[in-house]
Design a protein around this ligand. Structure first.
Ligand SMILES: [Fe+2]
Length: 389
């Protein structure tokens, strides 16, 4: 028996400016506020929280501290704004705990069972190998609300996104050294390895005086389909890797991006771009290389979308023997807002047409564009001296 996960419940995003964050999710990403923390919960937790729905299976708890002693204030003393909890549904909390305890899961508290007008909900939280990011496991199979801390204005699960988002495809996290996180997913959670890639710009041109790279692996929970992509920086130019830069900007490891799944990315991007969300641009040469790259990847079908339309929206294309995928990455929130305190979290929008990968063929393009983004923020633009004695 594995961990009885059934899906993603929500994630919790800690912010210092709730109004700004709510406006961004609402105006730029097409989310809607569907719930708010009750006065009793606010007094008890010292935090104001909003439930934002981004689609039928996409829910975000936006949390701002009201007091110095709240968990959100503790997080924000150590990090810029970012994701502090990933919340998952389980079919039985007892079975989840029975699975995790002998595997040395580190719980933050004992299982909590709450009963109210909506029924009975059981939950537990656990530490992860991702610094201050925690997991919550929630059994709400006998509960017809979102959670006992919230007054809901609309039922969770009923929101249809005007942008077409249907689900969270995956979360991606960055760490400086991957092995403890690998062990957490494999040995504690019992997940299986799904995919991996190692990429360095020097693989393409070994003579470059600068460059950057990463190793990335995806773990998944086959029964629920939940996937996590995890990245570490690799040498040479370790400290120039976007992964190491993220860890410095975030003051530790954390969630780098949330991938939002949609059935028609061209339609979604029409609205996203007009609503002010800023996305990474792709170079013209990127699109010239696409047909060759797809052929080498084993992709034999045809891309249904018009290539010119994809290029006009900077949408990236990747393929495999199984099909293709279309994806695009937003700027980091710190850049969206022009404020470092907003943190290095960003969003991916992805449409899958049979390809179950993560855009490995796009890593080079992504690296080039993210690094332009980071240079624009005056982070690391040049090779740093090696840290020898
Ligand atoms: Fe991704």
């Amino acid at each position: 028996m594995g961990l009885p996960l059934t899906g993603c419940h929500s994630y919790e995003h800690y912010v210092s400016d709730l109004e700004r964050a709510e406006a961004f999710y609402t105006k730029s990403l097409g989310f809607k506020r569907i719930g708010v923390s009750t006065p009793a919960a606010e007094a008890q937790n010292g935090m104001r929280r909003l439930v934002m729905a981004g689609g039928p299976k996409i829910h975000v708890i936006l949390t701002q501290p009201l007091t110095d002693w709240s968990v959100a204030a503790g997080y924000l003393r150590l990090h810029p704004e970012g994701i502090g909890f990933l919340n998952f549904r389980v079919s039985s909390l007892d079975k989840a705990v029975a699975f995790l305890k002998p595997r040395r899961a580190t719980f933050l508290y004992e299982p909590q069972v709450t009963r109210d007008d909506h029924g009975e909900i059981a939950q537990i939280a656990m530490a992860t190998a991702l610094d201050d990011v925690n997991y919550r496991l929630i059994d709400d199979s006998r509960y017809d609300g979102f959670g006992p801390s919230f007054h809901m204005e609309q039922k969770a699960g009923s929101y249809v996104s005007p942008l077409g988002f249907t689900d969270i495809d995956h979360f991606t996290a960055n760490v400086r050294s991957l092995q403890p996180l690998t062990s957490f997913y494999r040995d504690v959670l019992g997940f299986e390895k799904f995919w991996e890639i190692e990429f360095h710009t020097n693989d393409v041109n070994p003579n470059l005086p600068v460059g950057s790279g990463l190793y990335s692996e995806v773990f998944w929970h086959p029964a629920s389909g939940i996937k996590f992509a995890n990245n570490e920086p690799i040498a040479p130019f370790f400290r120039n890797s976007q992964i190491d830069i993220y860890c410095r900007d975030n003051h530790g490891s954390g969630v780098q991006h949330v991938a939002l799944l949609c059935p028609n990315i061209l339609k979604s991007m029409d609205q996203l771009q007009s609503q002010g969300c800023k996305f990474l641009a792709a170079t013209d040469s990127y699109y010239e290389k696409v047909p060759d790259r797809l052929k080498k990847s084993g992709f034999k079908g045809t891309i249904r979308e018009d290539m010119k339309a994809l290029a006009s929206k900077d949408i990236l294309i990747d393929g495999s023997e199984k099909g293709y995928l279309l994806q695009i990455f937003s700027h980091e929130l710190s850049r969206q807002f022009g404020d470092r305190k907003a943190g290095p979290l960003f969003f991916e929008v992805i449409q899958r047409e049979g390809d179950e990968g993560f855009g490995g063929g796009n890593f080079r393009a992504l690296f080039e564009t993210i690094e332009v983004d980071q240079i624009a923020m005056h982070k690391v633009a040049a090779q740093l001296p090696l840290e020898t004695i």
